[in-house]
Design a protein around this ligand. Structure first.
Ligand SMILES: Cc1ncc(COP(=O)(O)O)c(C=O)c1O
Length: 419
């Protein structure tokens, strides 16, 4: 079927994410991907500055991941994990356990980041129930945070970030407070915990970088403070590393850079190198032990149909091979330096509020963006795919992007802002 036909015939039947379907600009039809490029159906090539919502860390179509998935497809695409297991899932669980810090070593698979967060929340509440504590059912989450679009995940995301007000009444109520980044916010959280600490199942945070909430950075001391505060009030600490995991902030996991070990960690996005949907909720031994019992009622009653899909696990194992064999973290360090240098000309412009870089994340925060759609289209006209949101223009390129391609991205930002 030629492009014109499938596009026109299908567009009236798809409902796209985060889009006002009536007024949106028509989506760009993509024919294929190649390395760090998105090839459109009309033959234009865009250099990808986003890595498909932060997933494609090795670029697209990496031959090593492709052949691993092809081999797995021939052997077995999928079997349910109820009563069955397979080599790819067990191998991936073992490898993740070895990579993650401390004793976070029990891996529960699901198929999307939001679901991994839901599972982490369920795990945290049931951890307390299994230990006979019925009061700890609330979560502390942080302003600027984002943990997904399902009901539970929305309830621990910053209500100011989305259309969450619409759903007030449906969402369970948790406490979304300021991150303890200085004396005042630390004192405020301390005071809150001294009153309500015994109702808290867990605190949940994106360590070091809050992504979809505005690409905001905080330092390792903040993460350390959260660990101390969680310990003091007895709550668990959940790190949502769905965005920050797998090298994005400069270390394999952001918590590693901060030297802090949580009780539960969530992973997804770059887990399969941007090829197939897969997520993991990984528990520490302490958490897992609360479920280890002769009593079937103490089991974790959760089981996504496609949990541990063999193709996705094969892709993730191949992606981990690439982290072992190729100098990904050195590439992230080089990207970081290049983005710092090349985005610097944006600094000091009247419309620019801040320019910041952390690992392979480059951010130009503007005072405001009046017309996001028009700005996104400007970037496409420059031959790059960059997707600003809120008041933020950002780059999260594949780690394998060449210096020339990265310069095309940064110079498009400098040029478009200049206009
Ligand atoms: C930190 C974080 N948690 C959770 C999610 C939700 O993941 P998914 O879109 O796969 O449900 C995202 C997605 O952007 C995220 O950045």
């Amino acid at each position: 079927m030629d492009q014109n036909h499938w596009y026109q015939a299908g567009l009236g039947h798809i409902w796209l994410p985060y889009a006002q379907m009536k007024t949106m600009r028509p989506p760009l039809p993509v024919a294929r991907t190649e390395g760090c490029r998105i090839v459109l159906a009309d033959g234009r090539e865009l250099i990808d500055g986003i890595a498909s919502w932060w997933t494609a860390c090795h670029g697209y179509n990496h031959p090593h991941i492709r052949s691993a998935v092809e081999r797995q497809l021939a052997a077995m695409p999928h079997v349910m994990l109820g009563g069955l297991v397979h080599e790819q899932a067990l191998t991936l669980a073992r490898r993740l356990a070895a990579l993650l810090p401390g004793d976070i070593d029990r891996v529960f698979f699901s198929e999307s980041g939001s679901v991994a967060v839901e599972i982490a929340m369920k795990m945290a509440v049931q951890y307390w129930l299994n230990r006979g504590e019925r009061k700890r059912t609330k979560f502390i989450a942080f302003k600027g945070g984002y943990h997904g679009d399902t009901i539970g995940a929305m309830a621990v995301s910053d209500p100011g970030q989305g259309f969450y007000d619409l759903f007030r009444g449906l969402l369970p109520e948790h406490f979304v407070v300021d991150l303890p980044v200085d004396d005042a916010t630390t004192a405020a959280l301390d005071a809150f915990l001294s009153q309500r600490g015994d109702t808290i199942a867990a605190m949940i945070v994106e360590p070091v970088v809050q992504g979809a909430g505005g690409m905001r950075f905080h330092d390792a001391a903040t993460i350390l403070r959260l660990r101390t505060m969680a310990d003091r009030c007895g709550a668990l600490l959940i790190f949502d590393e769905i965005f920050t995991g797998f090298g994005r902030t400069g270390t394999m996991f952001a918590c590693e850079g901060a030297g802090v070990v949580p009780d539960i960690i969530t992973l997804s996005k770059a887990l399969t190198g941007g090829t197939l949907p897969l997520a993991a909720t990984v528990a520490s031994r302490k958490v897992f032990e609360a479920f280890w019992s002769d009593d079937p009622m103490l089991a974790l009653m959760h089981g996504p149909t496609y949990a541990g899909n063999a193709l996705a696990c094969a892709a993730a194992n191949a992606s981990l091979d690439l982290f072992e064999r190729e100098p990904r973290l050195a590439q992230v360090a080089a990207l970081s330096m290049q983005m710092t240098r090349e985005l610097a000309p944006c600094r000091g412009r009247p419309e620019v509020k801040d320019v910041r870089v952390k690992g392979a994340i480059g951010v130009v925060e503007l005072e405001k963006i009046d017309n996001l759609d028009a700005l996104r289209a400007r970037f496409v006209a420059e031959g790059v795919f960059i997707r600003p949101f809120g008041n933020v223009i950002y780059l999260t390129p594949p780690f394998v992007i060449s210096p020339d391609e990265l310069t095309r991205l940064t110079s498009a930002i400098v040029k478009v802002i200049g206009q």
